[in-house]
Unconditional design. Structure first.
Ligand SMILES: Nc1ncnc2c1ncn2[C@@H]1O[C@H](COP(=O)(O)OP(=O)(O)OP(=O)(O)O)[C@@H](O)[C@H]1O
Length: 577
């Protein structure tokens, strides 16, 4: 938690004022029993009505002031705590944005969500509680003891017996409950993971009639959390009656011994009443203190989980080349030199010994079976991962030497799985280039063969895309993703199996338009269909992470067995169809 303290600094003033107000509020609360004792001993016992009115009014005033201070202290504490929470969430999000896919896999998306929301909320709550209690508890304890002893020091012996019993019982309960807090955060991660999978995969779940199975899975995770929560609450619910019992027994003891002391004339009735109130304040302050000791380790666990994320150093780092000189004047080309790459934890490399050059003005296609390593090659150009050995050069510069932002600014990338964002169609295309004019957006959509279906939508380019692009078809989604990349007018285009959901006619139109538009760019196009790669300037055939063929369609038909097999299998399929 200490390490997160720097995020509390901007809200130091509200925090300090909150503590100050709590201080005065506690003083007021300590003063009230003495006023009451005066009313009883001087006003009631002596029958002095004006004194009762005067002191009663005074008590009311002190109560109002204490109330006002409580409201102000709470407001300032929540301002400080929520400001702190917001800043930590922002920092965490900004840090996670710098992660390569490596780090995402390391923590897991669901856990990242839990940590950014639930864990930070836990710390925020505890911080607020600390602001409120850190002065109140010691002040009430010390002030309460001083006042109680000043009223009757011998009667205070009751507290000498009661307080240790109280402290030991709470600590025993806390020791059992604390380890469960760590478990509950882990269970929360799991619940989020299942929920996320179920919400994103709802169509698959329904199509395979697995709703009951998934409900069961969710129910199980939910039950796990419930069980732990119940166990924690069992301890907690044991704590409250136990505390009340100790407090009530202490009151009985105070009244018993106090009665004897009134008899002997050592204490007055009003003082005894005040003594009881001070005893209660002392016990409550101890309760508050122990609550803090329970809550702080809980927040500590959450802080540990947050720090764990903030401590991750992304393996993909910005290159040293300054952003201004990063954009090379060299022709737009991509070169792989003896590149080998293994995913973290994988036994075999995903791609081995890859060397090829994709030149400006050319379309280089990559074809191969599933899992052959096609997307991996594009991942290495985008620097989602870095090569284990060898070099990837973009415009003659090793990508590791470039600032990641400058590198990606030169690339129009269409991922294998199209992702759209909530907003209009125009917003989604403009995502590729914030400065794009309406005309440029229309042109990109036209080339991507999206203009026709957009014009048929009621609001055209202003039509809304719902969450995850669920209100457009797979092929339409792909075309919008292509338009988004094209609107960048980038020197390099990477298309990862981006035509897979298009019919043959649209695929052919798109390729024709694309080759016209990308005459001055280097294009790398991953594809499964032979018809898509047929006219590419060069075709790379990948098999099990290795290049097994390189050349034009004609050349490969003569030299590459794997390519011939792919062509033969697809032709058969088409013939059969
Ligand atoms: N994030 C990852 N972590 C670990 N292994 C991965 C990861 N992504 C891919 N792989 C593995 O690397 C290999 C190459 O995967 P890649 O996605 O590059 O194949 P691909 O040729 O694009 O396949 P497809 O055509 O099915 O998309 C596969 O064996 C795959 O299991």
């Amino acid at each position: 938690m200490i390490r997160l303290a720097k995020y509390m600094r901007p809200y130091l003033w509200p925090a300090l004022f909150s503590i100050l107000f709590v201080f005065f509020q506690s003083l007021a609360n300590l003063y009230l029993p003495t006023l009451m004792s005066d009313i009883v001993d001087t006003g009631i016992v002596k029958g002095d009505l004006p004194y009762i009115y005067k002191m009663g009014g005074y008590m009311l005033l002190v109560t109002f002031v204490a109330g006002g201070l409580t409201v102000a202290a709470n407001y300032l504490a929540s301002k400080a705590a929520s400001g702190f929470g917001r800043d930590v969430r922002n920092t965490m999000f900004a840090h996670v944005e710098t992660f390569s896919l490596n780090e995402f896999d390391q923590v897991g998306t669901s856990s990242l969500i839990t940590r950014t929301t639930n864990d930070i909320a836990q710390i925020e709550q505890v911080y607020m509680m600390i602001l409120k209690m850190m002065t109140m508890a010691p002040l009430m304890l010390i002030g309460g003891i001083i006042m109680a002893v000043s009223k009757d020091s011998r009667l205070s012996l009751v507290l000498v017996v009661a307080l240790p019993i109280m402290i030991i019982s709470i600590l025993l309960i806390a020791a059992r409950a604390l380890p469960l807090f760590k478990v509950i955060q882990k269970k929360m991660d799991r619940l989020n993971l299942i929920l996320r999978e179920e919400l994103t995969g709802i169509r698959v779940i329904r199509s395979f009639n697995r709703t009951a199975h998934e409900t069961e899975r969710f129910d199980q995770a939910n039950k796990d959390i419930t069980q732990i929560s119940i166990r924690i609450n069992q301890f907690m619910s044991l704590a409250m009656p136990l505390m009340m019992l100790i407090m009530n027994l202490s009151t009985v003891a105070i009244v018993w011994f106090g009665g004897l002391r009134i008899d002997s004339g050592s204490i007055e009735v009003g003082d005894l009443m005040a003594f009881i109130q001070y005893a209660m304040q002392i016990m409550f302050s101890i309760l508050m203190g122990i609550m803090m000791f329970i809550m702080i380790p809980r927040a500590q666990i959450s802080a540990g989980r947050v720090n764990e994320v903030l401590d991750i150093v992304p393996v993909v780092k910005d290159g040293k080349t300054s952003a201004s000189s990063a954009v090379s004047k060299q022709p737009a080309s991509i070169e792989f030199r003896e590149v080998t790459f293994s995913y973290p934890g994988a036994e075999a490399p995903a791609v081995s010994n890859i060397s090829f050059t994709a030149n400006q003005g050319e379309t280089t296609a990559i074809i191969g079976g599933t899992g052959a390593g096609k997307s991996t090659l594009l991942n290495l150009i985008m620097r989602y991962f870095d090569a284990v050995s060898g070099e990837v050069l973009v415009r003659g510069v090793d990508v590791r030497k470039l600032p990641v932002e400058s590198l990606r600014a030169q690339i129009g990338y269409v991922p294998q799985k199209s992702v759209l964002f909530t907003g209009t169609i125009a917003d989604n295309i403009r995502y590729g280039n914030a400065q794009a004019t309406d005309e440029e957006i229309r042109e990109a959509a036209r080339i991507a063969q999206a203009a026709e279906f957009i014009s048929k939508m009621s609001a055209g380019y202003q039509s809304l895309i719902t969450q995850g692009g669920k209100n457009v078809s797979g092929g339409q989604k792909q075309r919008l993703a292509i338009a988004r990349a094209l609107v960048r007018q980038a020197p390099i285009y990477l298309l990862d199996d981006s035509f897979s959901a298009l019919d043959y006619r649209t695929d052919a139109h798109l390729r024709a338009e694309l080759s016209r538009m990308t005459q001055n760019s280097a294009v790398i196009m991953v594809a499964q269909r032979v018809s898509t790669v047929l006219h590419a300037d060069k075709i790379i055939v990948l098999d099990d992470g290795r290049i097994v063929g390189y050349g034009t369609h004609q050349e490969l038909m003569e030299t590459c067995d794997v390519y011939q097999e792919i062509v033969a299998s697809q032709l058969k399929k088409e013939e059969l169809a």
